[in-house]
Design a protein around this ligand. Structure first.
Ligand code: RM4
Ligand code: MN
Ligand code: MN
Length: 427
């Protein structure tokens, strides 16, 4: 963590200018009858979880180009996440991947998190890789496998993940399965789904009452012909069969190009089954790029659906917000600071939509004006609101500048000198 005085000193020379920008924006929006203080308060309340796997430099199957001062273990990753939270005021929880970031001593990790004022969000299972010493291979699937012994091992892993989560204070498990096939005929398409559902029923039965189980769909990779949970329809079927504690997780990168993701989100909200998000952005597939870097309008349109549901008070609407990115080129901390800002910005833009006007235009079938209501909000530069929300929570007016000025990465490059951390995504 940084000395709060350092953040204040970074903010100070820019404060007067920021205030002018903030007042000016407020003045503009008051003319549109927007509750400016309400928007800032809602941005301040926005929280997103950081994945433990995002703090080391990521890689592809072609290689990995590590940066200096990377965290070497989950304890150091938590330190970096605490810094992201300190600078943004919006990242108070971590989403762990098991067994990638499973510590030997769970109580010690929980204490470490508490000392850093961090909590734990949904915990992730991993049956897409074989682990050393494992009895059965997941080469041909885990919960969908034809061999009952493999399926039992995969169920056992999920039960273990729930136990780890309980010890840390998580209240949800995210299940993304690589299960699928590469060639027509390889896998029975209908029965493989039934086997997955059967396995998830066993996991569901072990959930504590306050827990949720998120099913995460993905169209392809590593299965290149047919993935068992390939789309939101399959995910919704699972969640509906499992019961009220199950819901669907939307990873923005898990859609084929040009999929209307905001429509997927609206459908899941309508079905009472939107469990949460893995935020990122994508140009082609599961690219895991910085949220808002490729299609910020789509991100805004997704948040527009979320704000719409919140304003309407849709029953049971309580999605978990998480990031799922791979930082191959950018400094992971800087990429996360940029990500949080992009999410807050999309949220603030959605909050300044004139909803009453939009609704009237929709009723009147005034296509141009309805679209214009969304465009007007999207084209509003809400950056001063987001900066204001950050600095009111002790964060930085410009988080990346404050991070660079702090010398944190250089100091860690000196401290974290043993063997470089190898992220699982490069294995
Ligand atoms: C998958 C999926 C999961 C994530 C892994 C690392 O594509 O997005 O959510 O846990 O990658
Ligand atoms: Mn994901
Ligand atoms: Mn993914």
């Amino acid at each position: 963590m940084l000395d709060p005085g350092l953040i204040a000193a970074e903010n100070q020379p820019h404060y007067a200018e920021h205030r002018r920008d903030y007042e000016h924006l407020g003045h503009q929006l008051r003319r549109r009858e927007i509750d400016v203080e309400g928007v800032v308060a809602q941005v301040m309340a926005f929280e997103v979880a950081v994945p433990s796997w995002a703090l080391g430099t990521g890689g592809t199957r072609f290689g990995r180009f590590a940066g200096p001062g990377e965290p070497r273990n989950v304890f150091e990753k938590m330190e970096d996440i605490a810094l992201v939270h300190q600078l943004t005021g919006a990242a108070p929880r971590v989403s762990l991947h098991i067994p990638w970031d499973e510590p030997d001593d769970l109580a010690e990790l929980r204490q470490h998190a508490e000392a850093l004022h961090l909590g734990f969000d949904a915990i992730n299972s991993n049956t897409f890789q074989d682990q050393p010493g494992q009895g059965h291979s997941y080469k041909f699937g885990s919960l969908c496998h034809t061999d009952a012994a493999v399926r039992a091992q995969a169920v056992e892993h999920h039960l273990h993940v729930v136990e780890v989560g309980k010890a840390l204070g998580s209240e949800a498990i995210t299940v993304w399965l690589a299960d699928g096939s590469n060639y027509p005929g390889q896998m029975h398409l209908r029965k493989s789904f039934e086997r997955v559902l059967d396995g998830l029923r066993q996991v569901y039965a072990a959930l504590p009452p306050a827990w949720r189980l998120f099913t995460e769909h993905k169209p392809y990779e590593p299965a290149f012909y047919a993935t068992v949970v390939q789309d939101w329809g399959s995910s919704l079927l699972l969640a509906q069969h499992l019961g009220p504690q199950a819901a669907c997780l939307v990873d923005l990168g898990h859609h084929l190009p040009k999929t209307n993701i905001e429509l997927v989100v609206a459908r899941l909200i309508g079905a009472g089954k939107l469990g949460g998000f893995h935020f990122n952005d994508s140009k082609y597939g599961d690219d895991d790029l910085t949220a808002g870097s490729i299609d910020p309008y789509q991100l805004f349109l997704v948040f527009n659906e979320l704000v719409d549901a919140a304003v309407e008070g849709v029953e049971g609407f309580d999605p978990a917000y998480m990031i799922d990115q791979s930082h191959n080129l950018k400094d992971p901390i800087e990429a996360l600071l940029q990500t949080v800002e992009a999410l807050q910005r999309a949220y603030a833009q959605a909050l300044v939509v004139d909803r009453a006007a939009l609704s009237d235009y929709q009723d009147q079938n005034d296509v141009l004006m309805a679209e214009g209501a969304l465009r007007q909000a999207y084209q509003t530069d809400v950056a001063p609101f987001v900066a204001e929300a950050r600095q009111r929570q002790g964060g930085a007016l410009d988080p990346v500048a404050a991070f660079r000025a702090s010398g944190y990465r250089a100091a860690k490059a000196d401290d974290r000198v043993t063997a470089a951390y190898v992220p699982p995504s490069s294995l």
